[in-house]
Design a protein around this ligand. Structure first.
Ligand SMILES: N[C@@H](CCC(=O)N[C@@H](CS)C(=O)NCC(=O)O)C(=O)O
Length: 217
């Protein structure tokens, strides 16, 4: 039975899983949900993902939510499929896991703050203090991340789940930056990180995983 992948366009955590599925060449049935339409709070979806969040998968009778757990599951359950999600070397593997954890824990919250203030806000002015704090925090985080990225991919010659975790956050920041040039957010990301980002965009499956709603706007 084909693995079912529940996805919302633009979710960085769901994008991480999509890149992982493609990298491992695992066949999947993509179910695109809409948060705006209330799909994430419907009983059928809550039975799969009780927090009402994407990503979530169903593999046979097995359901799983939380992107990092899903990535680990894909690696373990589909060991012989496609490319590995983590480097073989123990130290490189540990560093890749650390980068993926840092992307989720230290980069995402600030990117999310910028999305809320600069993209999603429908009324009033953005909270300038919150924007400045997020910008300053991301400047520090990306400077730290730049020291970790080996090149051409996060931990060396092959892409890993570290790349798949970090890329969507960086892409989201680039998108906000393009939409709100007045905030000079492109200055937050060092050139070495941009070089790494362009490398991810050369992956043969990358285009397929672009958030569908980004294609038109
Ligand atoms: N820690 C979770 C985070 C998942 C998450 O926050 N997903 C967001 C989209 S980026 C979501 O589904 N939000 C819907 C909501 O909170 O209503 C993971 O790694 O999967």
């Amino acid at each position: 039975m084909t693995l079912v992948f529940h996805y919302v366009s633009g979710s960085p955590f769901a994008w991480k899983v999509w890149l992982a599925l493609e990298h491992k060449q695992i066949p999947y049935d993509l179910r695109v949900l809409s948060a705006d339409a209330g799909d994430l709070k419907k009983p059928g979806f809550l039975a799969i993902s009780p927090r009402g969040k994407v990503p979530a998968i169903i593999d046979g009778g097995f359901t799983l939510y939380e992107s990092s757990a899903i990535v680990e599951y894909l690696e373990d359950a589909y060991r012989d499929c496609g490319g590995p999600l983590w480097p073989r070397d123990a130290q490189a593997r540990a560093v890749a896991r650390r980068i993926a954890a840092e992307a989720d824990a230290y980069i995402y919250p600030h990117v999310r703050k910028l999305v809320v203030e600069l993209v999603m806000r429908r009324e009033g002015e953005p909270d300038a203090t919150a924007v400045a704090q997020a910008r300053a925090a991301l400047t520090q985080e990306f400077a730290l991340m730049a020291r970790s990225l080996q090149g051409p991919f996060a931990t060396g010659p092959e892409p890993s789940a570290a790349d798949f975790a970090l890329y969507p956050m960086t892409a989201a920041l680039a998108r906000i930056s393009a939409r709100r040039p007045d905030h000079a957010l492109d200055a937050v990301v060092p050139e070495s990180v941009n070089r790494w980002k362009r490398q991810i965009e050369t992956l043969p499956y990358f285009d397929k995983t672009m958030p569908p709603h980004w294609r038109n706007s």
